[in-house]
Design a protein around this ligand. Sequence first.
Ligand SMILES: [Zn+2]
Length: 484
Amino acid sequence: MLISFRLMVFGLLILSASCARNPVTGKKEFAVMSEQQEIALGANSNPQIIAEFGEYNDQKIQAFIDEKGQQMAKISHRPNLPFHFKVLDSDVVNAFALPGGYVYFTRGIMAHFNNEAEFAGVLGHEIGHVTARHGVSQQSQNILVQLGLIVGMVAVPELAQFGNELSQGAGLLMLKFGRDDESQSDKLGVEYSTKIGYDAREMAGFFKTISRLSGGPEGRVPTFLSTHPDPLDRNKKVGEMAEAEQKKTNNYNLSVNRDGYLRMIDGISYGPDPQQGYVESGVFYHPQFKFQFPVPSDWRLQNSPQQVQMAPKDGKAMVVFALAQQQNLREAANAAIAQDSFKLLNQQNVTVNGYPAIAMTAEQLNRQTGKTIRALIYVIQADSYIYKFYGLSLSTDFQNYEMLFQNTFRGFRELRDPNRINVFVERVRVKDVNRAGTLADYLRSQGVPDKRLEEHAILNGMEQTEQVNLGMLIKVIEKGTGTN
Ligand SMILES: [Zn+2]
């Protein structure tokens, strides 16, 4: 299961202030964190990031990002900082860095690069955020914490707060950098990638892909450039910087390595992975765990490895679904109440489609606002797993939602339909072009439907009308089969 992130909460880091020299500019600056604090911050957030997204299960790609990352870290402004590089199992096109040397790329962005030089430019950009200590200096004391919650659309603050507590420290530290920081990182991306031998003009080219994706299907919009509304402007600037850097260092013998990169990512997952859960015709299916439950009509759902959350459009209620960690139903029920200092109103043993369950109603008083949340809670034992459902609203709204919560929770059942179970993530296959023509012609010859031609063109960093030649490598999205 996996969440996407909507709610943004500003938290203030209260740390001892100190003066330090910036590793990149050499200027003295007021830093709110020591290097040790910075490393600790990244190290503490790293397990949460991994838990939230999952690591992408491909040793070859993980080894590649680590090798290139470590190589670049050595020639950066902070060669002694221990860096960590990971590819996350998310289809969103994104890359980001945490203070202290933690750098993440999604499988979504890895699928969209078309050569090593593009990758290296973005790698340099992210390493640049770390080496220039973006996010740890005075200007950015307000650290943006994005919680893995749907409650960006939850209108009731008490519910949002409750959701935060439920995810127990799953508050993810994600820094939102300012325009100046982004420009500086672009510059460092050019510098670092040139230094390890890549043509940084390719990094500029990748902004075109970003620009095309921004107008593309929902969920693919990359956020790593979100503070820059115009990637095409960056395309131009980075292109100029790349040429200036090559002139300055008198380095023209630079690598792009298109074929090597494409062969390396051959078979990479593409788009959402339905094995981790998907919604179809108002039902949430989870093939891996083999269960299903109805999604109230017009509610939105977000799925993460840790929990599923749902909320109606008016934002006045929320459903949270997660695995319970306890050994038996009774313990799980007690923990669900105790964990968030609920007051139990009533409790009964029930059966949900053959599974033993405990249904409870409970209340929680928010001391700050004096408002009361009411919850319908179900814990359900389905074979060796115990699941818990929370249906939450203000107690004053509860009667509007109680039936709907109940219908949803009582609709939980085993997923048996093989047609719903045997659905697999699509994969990018890298193919040798066997006859010259336009990209669109070739894609059609590979069975790509017309409505997905533009998507393929973006994925290949080309136009549909562009010429492809014999032996050229082209990415084609193919249906998943459950095996690599
Ligand atoms: Zn950035």
